[in-house]
Design a protein around this ligand. Sequence first.
Ligand SMILES: NC(=O)c1ccc[n+]([C@@H]2O[C@H](COP(=O)([O-])OP(=O)(O)OC[C@H]3O[C@@H](n4cnc5c(N)ncnc54)[C@H](O)[C@@H]3O)[C@@H](O)[C@H]2O)c1
Ligand SMILES: O=C(O)[C@H](O)COP(=O)(O)O
Length: 530
Amino acid sequence: MFKVLVSDPISDLGIQQLVDAEDVLVDKKPGLSEDELVAIIGEYDALLVRSQTRVTPRIMEAGANLKVIGRAGVGVDNIDLPAATQRGIIVINAPDGNTITTCEHTFAMIMAVARHIPQAYAKTINGQWDRKSFLGVELRNKVLGVLGMGRIGSEVAKRAKAFGMEIMGYDPFLTEERAEKMGVKLSSVEDIVRHADFMTVHTPLTPETRHMIGKAQFEIMKPGMRIVNCARGGIIDELALVEAVDQNIVAGAAFDVFEVEPPAEDHPFLKHPKIIVTPHLGASTVEAQENVAIDVSEQVLHILRNEPFSNAVNMPPVPTEVLNKLQPYFSLGEKLGSFAAQLAEGAVEEIVVNYSGDLAEVDTQSLTRYVVKGVLSHHLGSEQVNVVNSMHLAKTRDVNIIVQKSHTSKGFTNRISVSLRGKNEERLVAGTLLNGYGARIVQIDKFPVDVAPEGNLILVSHSDKPGIIGRVGTLLGGNDVNIATMQVGRKVVGGAAVMVLSVDKAVPREVLQEIAKLPDLNNAKEIVLY
Ligand SMILES: NC(=O)c1ccc[n+]([C@@H]2O[C@H](COP(=O)([O-])OP(=O)(O)OC[C@H]3O[C@@H](n4cnc5c(N)ncnc54)[C@H](O)[C@@H]3O)[C@@H](O)[C@H]2O)c1
Ligand SMILES: O=C(O)[C@H](O)COP(=O)(O)O
């Protein structure tokens, strides 16, 4: 039974599929402190959060069984990603579910700041009928600068056009072509600051975007600018903004997010007549909360059940079409890595993965993670290694990973070979996916073979002489080990050869030692592939 802890208020309807799952037990405990989380996280396999829970390295360290942290939303700045990657904890988010909702909140803020709605409301309900103080501005024919033209920024731009606004956009990934298609003028930050009437930010908070609008930008800003931040506190320097408002450079600002949340009681925004605020409500609609919770619950279930998943934040994204092509190879890649690791005697210094045939045409980075996982799991334990941390663990152990591609595939439509190089040896195992027959190991070192990569195998290296197969079979039979299949591979008649036996149960060490002592036999090894 998998245990999932929900530590922030997340939509009940959205997580219903987790609650309904027969193999999952869900505990909802919102509002726990770090110490309280540390005390209980050890019993959970998954943690579901929004932005309130700060998932610190301490919490992850205590989460010995933690496999996945699901963020029901976009921003993962409350989760220590390097610590998660190091521990092999997959972090997933729900990047699409709250896009429209946050875009609409941004528009509510743009309108509110243009027409002083919160200030006017406050006065009116206090009995003051003040029609003079709240002269607003129209959006029509105004320039809106959008910093960050990702999901939300693009939707904001789309809606701003309907209001008759002109859009200037900046994003390092915004091409001239896409900007033109969207009817957005591709601009620099400086252009926007100098020319826009309204500005809204929709970037993540990164070292690069931190205070991207600060003192220097306010100094050159078009007077009368109105600024909205529904992305992350800290993208706009809060103190510099207050100064700019007080100097009448900025006519008004609307903030949904703060550098520190919740803001201190004496935060200069809170009583400022020209700055309006909401308590990080961008994603807070019924629809968005259901969407993000559904998305994240679905992926958490996949991860717990060891099924393919998407939206991992601490792994490079894999486009669906690539994922569809590679998915059938993941298990083969991992088994080849594991097989090679069980063959190798000494410390592995280099893992060389060669993809050929059809695989030479695909971006195989995600597949390599499985191969490396297979290699490392043999030594470090499968509990510790997964596809999130396999590359990181290899790096920290100075294991070099070389990926090669070749178009010739020795007669196979696809082929993966894994070579492990150490100080004094190099061991190789190669496999393929045969249409209709599934995965096969087709080469061990220099010997061609045809073996299904599963269960308990015995690999015997011997001289190609008559009678050997019979002797090995008799010895195994005498020890109650049933042989399911047997394969012999050799390069030349009478030369060195390998025999691969698949057996129905684990072979006792003493039996392997007895096999190795048989005449003309060099070595016998058990290889276990799950
Ligand atoms: N207020 C809320 O409740 C709320 C809700 C949802 C999202 N958000 C926040 O909104 C932001 C945007 O979310 P999204 O879903 O659109 O993300 P996104 O990843 O789709 O878009 C972010 C864009 O920012 C761009 N970017 C990165 N660095 C930049 C820079 N230096 N200058 C300009 N652009 C840069 C990226 O290229 C990307 O296109 C995130 O910070 C997210 O956490 C807030
Ligand atoms: O990044 C996000 O998705 C938003 O900031 C929403 O955060 P929330 O889930 O805490 O409302």
